[in-house]
Design a protein around this ligand. Structure first.
Ligand SMILES: Cc1ncc(COP(=O)(O)O)c(C=O)c1O
Length: 386
């Protein structure tokens, strides 16, 4: 069959593929511990369930406004204003989409095109490269090193900058490493981007899953060129609601209008019940307690995982300050693809190898699974490496 050039270099999401394989093995009766998926295992908060159900029971099923229902755009604006140093977000600066993935797609299609270079620090979430390529733009990977905590260095950005550089992706806390940029580094990056007319696309989906405070430093916590900053976040991680598919972008009004126009011709926006559920949780007085409770449990699980794997021959790790992953370095081989395959086949533990994140020689483990699964998975990993 002949397919279009649009998708000539498209590869399916490695994370979703491995997770789907683990689920299939489980369904076939095999004993599999799935540490591959990028999702927390908590149940949807009650307040969100109620918000969604109330709307469903109302029987209303009209198309929601393309950029999002007013209740959710308002809730996002006040959530961002209350949880960052930025006080100026208006609901008109918010676009609600079916997950951050759709918001990201809209952003890349509206801002970048053939000939544009966009800097992507490694290790990176693979979707950044795939989406930029779909938009015809050229991702330029920014190298970092494990020894320096994958810290982004502004002098490297400057070295890679060309007249075609149009954008820079940030993802702090990071998927896959869990590393967090401190406020000084954020400020330095924002100043560099502002001085060079470079768009910052700051994916802050793990911002609230930060173990050293209430919130990891946001691009909105430092002085920035607001005409060229696009912030992405959603409810998939901090509120453990990935299947509801709600994410959002915060950006200048003109950009939101263009992204909304694109969305009007593709999906017409996110599903109504999900938007009502998201509005309920984001405007709830319990909002921050919900996040805090999840975070406390996740911190404990992170510490359990770090303790269990520290000192295991063949592995090296750091304590990540945010997100839901351990990014473990393999000291004996850089072929993490084979190691992940063997770990799945021999011990029934699904992880994601470092290759799709641009850093072979690592395994990403999601510790946001139940205590029992985590304990079992860690024991199997130890057996495998011993
Ligand atoms: C860095 C990052 N951004 C965005 C997403 C996707 O978020 P959503 O579920 O809102 O599409 C993920 C999911 O794994 C992620 O890790």
């Amino acid at each position: 069959m002949r397919f279009s050039k649009n998708i000539a270099s498209l590869v399916p999401s490695a994370t979703l593929a491995i997770s789907a394989r683990a689920k299939k093995m489980s369904a076939a009766g095999e004993s599999v511990i799935n540490l591959s998926a990028g999702e927390p295992s908590f149940l949807t908060p009650d307040v969100a369930i109620e918000g969604g159900l109330e709307y469903v029971r109302s029987g209303k099923a009209g198309y929601p406004p393309t950029p999002g229902i007013p209740g959710l755009r308002n809730a996002v604006a006040s959530y961002v204003n209350r949880t960052t140093a930025h006080a100026g977000v208006d609901p008109s600066n918010v676009l609600v989409s079916a997950g951050v993935k759709q918001a990201l797609f809209n952003a890349c299609f509206c801002l970048f095109e053939k000939g544009d270079e966009v800097l992507v620090p490694s290790p990176y979430w693979p979707t950044y490269l795939a989406t930029l390529e779909l938009a015809g733009a050229t991702p330029v990977v920014v190298p970092t090193s494990w020894e320096d905590g994958f810290r982004l260095d502004v002098s490297t950005l400057e070295r890679l900058r060309t007249p075609s550089t149009r954008g820079l992706f940030l993802n702090s806390p990071s998927n896959p490493s869990g590393d967090v940029y401190d406020r000084d580094l954020m400020a330095e990056i924002a100043a560099w981007a502002g001085a060079n007319d470079v768009w910052i696309i700051s994916d802050e989906i793990y911002r609230r899953l930060y173990y050293e405070g209430e919130s990891a430093p946001s691009i909105f916590d430092v002085p920035h060129e607001s005409e060229r900053v696009l912030h992405l976040d959603g409810i998939s991680k901090a509120f453990s609601m990935p299947g509801w598919r709600i994410g959002y972008a915060v950006a200048p009004v003109e950009v939101i209008q263009k992204m909304s126009a694109l969305q009007s011709q593709t999906t017409s926006g996110a599903a109504g019940p999900s938007q009502h559920a998201a509005a309920a949780v984001l405007s709830s007085p319990q909002r921050d307690d919900i996040v805090r409770d999840f975070r406390d449990i996740l911190r404990r699980r992170r510490d359990t995982a770090v303790e269990a794997l520290s000192g295991v021959d063949g592995l090296e790790l750091r304590v990540p300050a945010g997100a839901i992953y351990l990014y473990v370095r393999l000291t004996e081989t850089s072929d993490s693809m084979s190691v992940a395959e063997q770990l799945l086949v021999q011990e029934g533990v699904a992880t994601i190898p470092g290759e799709p994140f641009g850093t072979p020689g690592f395994l990403r483990l999601n510790y946001a699974v139940s205590d029992e699964e985590l304990a079992d998975g860690l024991a199997r990993i130890k057996t495998f490496f011993s």
